[in-house]
Every structure is written in structure tokens, then in C-alpha cells.
Design a binder for this molecule. Structure first.
Ligand SMILES: [Zn+2]
Ligand SMILES: [Zn+2]
Length: 268
């Protein structure tokens, strides 16, 4: 089975390293048929990682110009990775990925994927040491992704586990963890939106398995919800990082239907 698409690609318009054109050239080298760009949508409370408001306009113009330039050689999509906490409207994109990167507590936005120290501090400062309190709030936002953002794809469902392999800070088999994740699954699976099988944390050396964990993926499979492979690329040398492993995992588990988002969009 040859993979031919990546729908989760960041550029220098947000926190990625490469220009869109460099990524297009890399996609052609790898033999991809579809390259979906998914710049981080603007969040006013944290501008450190996302596209600026003017940058968003420039990003769209740049992607549209590449679409014309590479027509017939590569299907290029102009998407957006929207954070749950955004105040912006995502209109006019080919698709959106809905992702939770923050827990909002006591008027503070706590990034869950920045570093482990931030999480330890947040648990101390805002949850009186109760890690599962923070995790329950995270999954409450995840559960609400469909209602709030109406995304086309559910991004890295269990991002909250990013540092847990290298610096364990909670037990992924704990009943409160399982219950919180389970409630989010119950809210999202009926929507039948594709879940990412996301290798981004593997590329950056945090994890040896893609998001989400296998027990979650098993429920995605049983619910008949499609998966979509994504590298969450921030560096063109990792545009298809871990895809062989992710495909092998999906095949071993019995996924039959490999979702091609382009089939669901009016793209010529
Ligand atoms: Zn993300
Ligand atoms: Zn991303």
C-alpha cells in the first residue's frame, strides 16, 4: 500500500521551517499525489506559533499561486489547523483540522504540547496537584470540537500524552484518564469525521507510536470511522515521517478503508 497524501503540513507562515514551495518540491520527490497545507489559525492569546492575521492572507495567496503553478503535477490543498480556542472564522479553505492545544482554566490558556514543565506547573497552580483534573478539562474541549469548529478532520486526539512516554506524568490506564477520553470518543465518533493517525511526535522524538493510542484507534475502527495519515510536518525532511510504521499498524489492526480527503472535496 503506497501512501500518497499528507494533509497536515506547516510552513514558515506559522511555526514550520520551510516555504510552501520547498514543501511542494519535497512532495513531488516523495511521489505524493496530494499535499494539504494546514497553517495554524490565528489565536490572539498566543501569537508565538500561529500565522498572523496578515500572514494568513499571504499564506492563502501563496498556496493558491502554487496550485496554479503545479496544476496537473500535484493536488495542492489550502487547509487550516484550527485551535479549539480560536475566535476566528475559518472560511474559504479546502478543509480544516480541529485540534485542542490548550486547556483554558482560571482565565489562563495552558499549552498542553509545549513542555512537561508547563504541565507540572499548571497542575500545581490550577488543579491543586490533581493531574486528572487538567486531563478531564482537555478532553472536555476535545469532545466539543465537532460542535464548535465543524472541522473536516479531528487532529491528534490524545495530544495530552505527548510527553508521557519520556517523562511520565500520569497513568494512561487510570480509570479517570480512560473515562475522560472515552467521553470525548462518545461525542466525536458518531460524527464520522476522520481521525488523524498522526506521526508528528515521532518525528520530533517524543513518541515511538503515532497518536492516538492503540486502544483509542481500536474504537475508531469499530465505529467505522475513517483514519487519515498525517505527519504534522514542520520540517520538509519529515514530510512522510513514520508513515511506513503507521500504515503497518493500521493494516495490522484491520483498517480497510484508507481515507482520501480529496475524494470528499470538489477537487479537479
Ligand atoms: Zn496541532
Ligand atoms: Zn499541526
Amino acid at each position: 500500500m503506497k501512501l500518497y497524501a499528507n494533509y497536515h503540513t506547516h510552513t514558515c507562515f506559522c511555526d514550520g521551517q520551510d516555504t510552501p514551495q520547498e514543501l511542494v518540491e519535497e512532495a513531488l520527490k516523495l511521489g505524493l499525489k496530494v499535499l494539504g497545507f494546514s497553517g495554524h489559525g490565528y489565536t490572539a492569546f498566543d501569537e508565538s506559533y500561529c500565522m498572523s492575521q496578515n500572514g494568513t492572507k499571504a499564506y492563502r495567496e501563496e498556496i493558491h499561486s502554487l496550485q496554479r503553478q503545479y496544476a496537473g503535477r500535484l493536488t495542492i490543498l489550502c487547509g487550516l489547523e484550527e485551535d479549539y480556542q480560536t475566535q476566528e472564522k475559518a472560511e474559504g479553505y479546502d478543509y480544516t483540522i480541529g485540534s485542542v492545544h490548550y486547556v483554558y482554566k482560571n482565565h489562563v490558556y495552558i499549552p498542553v504540547d509545549k513542555d512537561i514543565e508547563t504541565l507540572h506547573k499548571a497542575v500545581r497552580d490550577h488543579y491543586a496537584g490533581d493531574v486528572y483534573g487538567l486531563i478531564e478539562d482537555y478532553y472536555q474541549s476535545v469532545a466539543d470540537l465537532g460542535r464548535k469548529l465543524h472541522p473536516d478532520i479531528i487532529g491528534h486526539f490524545d495530544l495530552i500524552t505527548k510527553f508521557n512516554q519520556q517523562s511520565p506524568w500520569f497513568d494512561e490506564t487510570h480509570p479517570r484518564y480512560r473515562k475522560a477520553a472515552q467521553k470525548a470518543l462518545q461525542a466525536l465518533l458518531p460524527l464520522k469525521l476522520p481521525f488523524e493517525l498522526n506521526t508528528g511526535a515521532m518525528a520530533r522524538g517524543y513518541r515511538t507510536e503515532p497518536y492516538p493510542a492503540t486502544w483509542i484507534l481500536q474504537q475508531v475502527l469499530e465505529a467505522g470511522v475513517p483514519i487519515i495519515f498525517s505527519s504534522d510536518c514542520h520540517d520538509r525532511t519529515q514530510l512522510a515521517f513514520g508513515f511506513d510504521q503507521a500504515v503497518a499498524l493500521a493494516e495490522r489492526m484491520g483498517f480497510q478503508l484508507f481515507h482520501a480527503l480529496s475524494d470528499h472535496l470538489a477537487i479537479n
